[in-house]
Design a protein around this ligand. Sequence first.
Ligand code: BG6
Length: 468
Amino acid sequence: MRKLLPALYRRYADGLIPADARILGIARSQLTKDAFADKVEQKCRQHLGEAFKDTVWAGFRALLGYVKVDATHPADYQDLSQALAGRADIVRLFFLSTGPDLFAAICRELSAAGIVTPTSRIMLEKPLGEDGESASRINETVGAMARESQIYRIDHYLGKETVQNLIALRFGNSLFEPLWRRGQIRHVQITVAEQLGVESRGSFYDRTGALRDMVQNHLLQLLCILAMEPPANNSADAVRDEKLKVLRALRPISEADALLKTARGQYREGVIGTDRTSAYRSEPGVDPQSRTETFVAIKAEIDTWRWAGVPFYLRTGKRLQRSVGEIVITFDPVPHSIFSGPFNSDPPNRLMIQLQPDESITLRILAKAPGEAMRLRPVDLSLDLGESFKSRPLEAYERLLGDAIQGKLTLFMRRDEVEAAWKWIDPIRAAWDADDEDPKPYAAGSWGPNTAGALIARDGFTWYDETF
Ligand code: BG6
């Protein structure tokens, strides 16, 4: 209701969904088609703001339908089959926006009901499973009823305009390539911070936690795009092969390492802006004794010629001070400074790529401050992408739904990628589960627990919070 239907509305408003297409809501609630359409209207109005137009809405509403299906009741799928009857020549996209524990059952039933046509696509929301084993079980079941080329494992971060821009920055310009390696880059930070708490998803989140909800997918995908070798072309497999190599080269974090290389926290009460917010443990659906982490920081290392010795610090959390998605690449300092005095060799050059809320690329260099003395000061070369290109960027789900209908797989995760990501995540999870300590508490509105600062300080660095 917040992301998918508004995205479909926008595609329709842009003339990209034909009038004979259908959008069927499928859920357990007993709803009439009209009641469903009313709900969609209310949510689209709320989330689209000015982009919602009554004139467009009438046409969009006519595409909507609703079928009540309990995912675990085989008989219900006959109703779905009836709703789709006579339309087998039209591309079908089954979007499984459910918990991963239902993926296998839904796929089995769709297949048994005979409604997965050769041109159908199955789209799976992340997280795919809750560990490597369950992911591989899901992949087996889905793979038994559809070819890999029909399976779209979604990570909406890959659909973000800014993430596309990262690819453009790296592979559309020759400028950065010689610098994009050890010996030039000191360290990299990837932060996805949210002010939001767990909203109405407490029971899902409490079983999932930040490591599975954000790191296994979004943060690792960002890391892959930053660290991968240039693919030979932009085709799905060329790009996914390169990302897979990064995932496979991630140095495993053993149980013994986990306490040094990771930090986890859980939010308590606090103040965000002017609002007092409650503790994670008192959110609806959350166990009052919960040990689930709402904040994670990890030091990742990639064992390749390009990246040996360059730490990648990943950090994500809920109820943090600001909502921001940012990649900060810190370059090596000059080998020898010819200037004396403070500020003359520090801080180092930085490339900062802000993914959200604003889309910008900033290169921090040192320049001489006006005046008699040779005093260096940091100045920013900044590119505001929103300002440079006036047109509206596509929302991640708009692009991804469009790509899936057109059969473009580049921005979706392949089976081996997902499994390689879990292989790196599982030992971290196991180490935390074996640890008697709870995640460290942090106040809502802060930057997470002190242990996150300690993690990076051990290497002599600090989190880049200047812009926050
Ligand atoms: C989702 C997570 O995948 O990404 C949510 O399940 C999180 O917990 C969301 O809030 C963040 O996405 P975005 O696009 O708002 O950064």
